[in-house]
Design a protein around this ligand. Structure first.
Ligand code: SF4
Ligand code: SF4
Length: 385
């Protein structure tokens, strides 16, 4: 099975997004020595393919020289693990030089836009939209593929139609993200999207997706449908991520996920010690993650969605409770809502009186099938890996 290593070259970031919970001014930069230690650490760690995601803070702050050296070190030093790469950035610091280095390794770029310019700048700071679009242009013109995450907050959710139309009209794939409580902030819930609002939003987007079938891609809805359809999770939130996801901070410390970076109580080891799986398994953070898995097995055992939900994200469940496992991911309410909606609609189409149209793809000629969940699933699943 493939596993995932997130590399966090720094927690520093030049942007000042209102709801950010993961940046830290003055955070150091990862040295190339640490990348060399990552290679040594992973050489005999596992035999499976590995995906590296550069994340932050803002990973492009590490600069062109860092990537010029780091990428061949990882790609060649670990070639037996067939490394794949991804990078999550606000794109402000993208230069043609950096774009060419990243393009050599076919690195898909994930960036962030919260919708139209006014809304993005309101939530992420004046000038954000322009700088990100400019960086995106540089990336694309050098052959990089760019997609965007749209963070919905308690404020922006009121403009969900404008946001959807922005992505639709600009032909941009939509991947949504609910703003999380910022546990480093004095007022952690200010921007956070409540689980109820998140659930409503997912159902709204499901309807809009079906209404505009073939004109836009909404990645979350695709994944949620695929979960229901195949009965297994397809993104980290809906699988047992523990033991298969690791994150390395600027100082080489290893954590269970980038979301825990900078929180000393979640350090599992350091790359310079080249820990094996059994060494990491002795850390408190590892044990806590696996205790969460057992908790989900008990707590969610009667839930009909457990196979492809797996209790959601352990960070969401554990971190706001200061490391105590008191409940599953609070987004459970949203997950139940959307999983029920997809399952019910699918069953209705399947067993309902209008059983015939469900098997038709929307572009089948001569028939008047109203697109539904089945059309969406078939259309999307056929184009997904
Ligand atoms: S802790 Fe949450 S975000 Fe991190 S890998 Fe696990 S499910 Fe994904
Ligand atoms: S929907 Fe809620 S109860 Fe069901 S598996 Fe997910 S977290 Fe557990």
């Amino acid at each position: 099975m493939a596993f995932h290593v997130m590399l966090i070259p720094t927690l520093n970031c030049p942007a000042k997004c209102s709801y950010c919970w993961s940046s830290e001014k003055g955070s150091p930069l990862m040295s190339i020595e640490t990348i060399k230690e990552v290679v040594e650490w992973l050489k005999n760690f596992r035999d499976e393919p590995v995906t590296f995601t550069f994340h932050g803070g803002e990973p492009l702050l590490a600069g062109a020289d860092f990537y010029r050296e780091a990428l061949p070190l990882l790609a060649d030093g670990l070639s037996h693990m067939k490394p794949a790469f991804a990078l999550q950035t606000n794109l402000w610091m993208m230069t043609p030089e950096l774009a060419r280095i990243l393009a050599k390794y076919n690195i898909p770029i994930g960036s962030s836009l919260d919708g139209p310019r006014e809304l993005t700048d309101l939530q992420r700071g004046k000038g954000y939209f322009e700088k990100t679009m400019k960086g995106s242009e540089i990336a694309r013109s050098n052959g990089l593929k760019v997609s965007f995450i749209c963070t919905f907050t308690s404020h922006s959710v009121k403009f969900k139609e404008d946001i959807f139309n922005f992505f639709l009209e600009n032909g941009i794939t939509l991947k949504l993200h609910p703003a999380l409580p910022s546990i480093r902030d004095e007022n952690p819930e200010k921007w956070a999207l409540s689980p109820e609002e998140y659930g409503e939003l997912l159902v709204y987007l499901l309807d809009k997706y079906i209404e505009n079938i073939g004109k836009i891609e909404i990645m979350n809805i695709d994944h949620l449908c695929k979960c229901v359809f195949t009965s297994r999770g397809t993104v980290c939130t809906f699988v047992d991520c523990m033991g298969d996801t690791f994150a390395v901070g600027p100082d080489g410390n290893i954590y269970p996920c980038y979301r825990f970076i900078g929180m000393p109580e979640y350090v599992m080891g350091n790359v310079k010690d080249h820990p094996g799986m059994e060494d990491l398994a002795r850390s408190d953070a590892w044990k806590l993650m696996f205790q969460y898995k057992e908790y989900v097995d008990r707590e969610c055992k009667d839930c009909r969605y457990i196979k492809f939900c797996r209790g959601g994200c352990p960070y969401n469940a554990i971190a706001p409770n200061k490391g105590e496992i008191r409940s599953v991911d609070p987004h459970c309410i949203a997950y139940k809502r959307i999983f029920k909606e997809i399952t019910d609609r699918w069953e209705n189409e399947f067993f309902g009186s209008s059983a015939l149209p469900m098997f038709m793809l929307p572009d089948q000629p001569g028939k008047e099938a109203k697109p539904g969940i089945m059309s969406l699933m078939m259309k999307r699943l056929s184009s997904m890996d």
